[in-house]
Ligand binder design. Structure first.
Ligand SMILES: C[S@@+](CC[C@H](N)C(=O)[O-])C[C@H]1O[C@@H](n2cnc3c(N)ncnc32)[C@H](O)[C@@H]1O
Length: 243
């Protein structure tokens, strides 16, 4: 993978990424379909297909995530799924993705350990955190890790109040048009040859010890495990809660 940088923007940060992930820094626009760009907007990813090119840049201060953040109070269902609490919880987000759900947890005053398996998604989100840290103080309460979340969970000594799972939905005719961000995530996982093993992730976490596990699912998806303690239902998704 290449990172396209104008020489005036070359800095220690982009050099560290290049060394850590073995990505090549280039000063000419690559001919490949997929590559990173590092410029005044921070790190972005160019996702090319046969006839379209999409630029992916995560920005917590504007756009969809910014909007959600300002309306954290309206994220009622996620709040209900967490349950009433005055305490600050420690939440393990096993499927970090673009961090929209974790941002809600953080905005409610909780601490989050978020794990993302994809290097590309991790880097985009990690860069967005770096850019927004001064503006959004609660970002100091997240620890974002690039790894398989099951490995991290198994080896962690920390006690988590909640395990949160939002595995990739299976593509259905109904959600195919609405899932712009999810489509991009899917395409990135394909580029990195990461298999989307939704059921095995859920089943593996079910076998672990946890205090409370919240599983986000499409509203009409089959119950995978019958021991659900309660559910919080929204218009298109639901949260299955296991205690
Ligand atoms: C549907 S997205 C999560 C979206 C996220 N809740 C949000 O609000 O942006 C699922 C994400 O989980 C990640 N994922 C799936 N299995 C994982 C695993 N075992 N370890 C770490 N990340 C995983 C995928 O790479 C993908 O980015």
């Amino acid at each position: 993978m290449q990172i396209y940088v104008d020489k005036i923007f070359l800095d220690n940060y982009v050099e560290e990424i290049s060394t850590r992930f073995n990505y090549e820094i280039v000063f000419e626009k690559p001919y490949t379909k997929n590559y990173f760009i590092y410029d005044t907007n921070g790190l972005s990813f160019i996702l090319g297909s046969n006839n379209t090119t999409k630029l992916i840049n995560v920005n917590f201060m504007s756009g969809k995530l910014g909007w959600r953040l300002k309306r954290a109070d309206h994220e009622g269902n996620l709040k209900k799924a967490l349950g009433r609490t005055k305490n600050s919880l420690v939440i393990f987000d096993a499927t970090a993705g673009l961090l929209s759900d974790s941002m809600i947890f953080l905005s409610l005053g909780h601490k989050v350990v978020a794990v993302e398996q994809s290097k590309i998604i991790f880097l985009l989100v990690d860069d967005a955190i770096k850019r927004a840290k001064n503006e959004i103080p609660f970002l100091k309460n997240i620890n974002l890790i690039n790894a398989n979340s099951l490995d991290i969970y198994k080896s962690s000594q920390e006690l988590f109040d909640i395990v949160y799972l939002d595995p990739m939905y299976p593509i259905s005719k109904k959600n195919i048009k609405k899932s712009g961000d999810l489509d991009s995530l899917r395409s990135i996982l394909e580029i990195e040859n990461i298999l989307n093993e939704e059921n095995s992730l859920i089943n593996s976490f079910m076998k672990e010890d946890y205090q409370k596990l919240i599983l986000k699912r499409p509203l009409k998806a089959k119950k995978l495990h019958s021991n659900i303690n309660y559910q919080v239902k929204g218009k298109s998704t639901r949260f299955d809660i296991y205690l």
